[in-house]
Ligand binder design. Structure first.
Ligand SMILES: [Fe+2]
Length: 181
């Protein structure tokens, strides 16, 4: 006997989604020497208010609220989130090589640290506002990476940060294109 129920189904398939990144290689991941100051700076890019951790969770929160109304946009957002996860991985490896801690806290210059919180996310209700907030977050990330590159005297670290910035610029271009559609 067939049971009568209202099954809710996602018709949006994600099987072909890949990280959305510039088609350029990443430099060899390395640091010149251990340096806690640089590790602390990168901990902000890792898990501060403006960070890869914030980007990943903000994109996933967008995706989970978009897939029914706009599968194509949801897939693009997921692909961008996957790229941000690779950025998180690169930062984590550099923090480790520099002798820092991977504990989802952002360390300030005064020695205090702040645990990452979902309060950092922007969670607007409609797609247009989500795209706007995401573009703003990408711009803030680029500015923060550039500021950190000016403070870091290690070409190896800066080469990886410069490569991450290329992906973030690419994301802005894609988000702007999605917003125009
Ligand atoms: Fe990005």
């Amino acid at each position: 006997m067939e049971e009568k129920r209202n099954v809710l189904v996602s018709t949006c398939s994600f099987r072909d989604v890949k990280p959305i990144m510039m088609d350029l290689p990443y430099p060899q991941l390395q640091v010149r020497e251990k340096n806690r100051t640089y590790a602390n700076l990168l901990s902000n890019d890792y898990a501060g208010a403006v960070s890869e951790m914030t980007a990943i969770t903000q994109y996933i929160s967008d995706e989970s609220r978009l897939f029914c109304e706009d599968c194509m946009l949801a897939k693009t957002i997921l692909g961008i989130a996957m790229a941000e996860m690779i950025h998180l991985q690169k930062l984590g490896e550099m923090i480790f090589l520099l002798g820092g801690n991977i504990d989802f806290s952002a360390r300030q210059r005064d020695g205090r640290s702040r645990m990452w919180t979902p309060q950092y996310l922007a969670v607007p209700q409609n797609a247009r506002e989500m795209l706007f907030a995401d573009i703003e977050a990408e711009r803030a990330a680029i500015n923060q990476y550039q500021a950190h590159m000016r403070m870091i005297d290690d070409n190896y670290i800066n080469a990886t940060l410069a490569r991450i910035i290329q992906d973030e610029e690419y994301h802005i271009m894609i988000l702007q294109a999605m917003g125009r559609e």
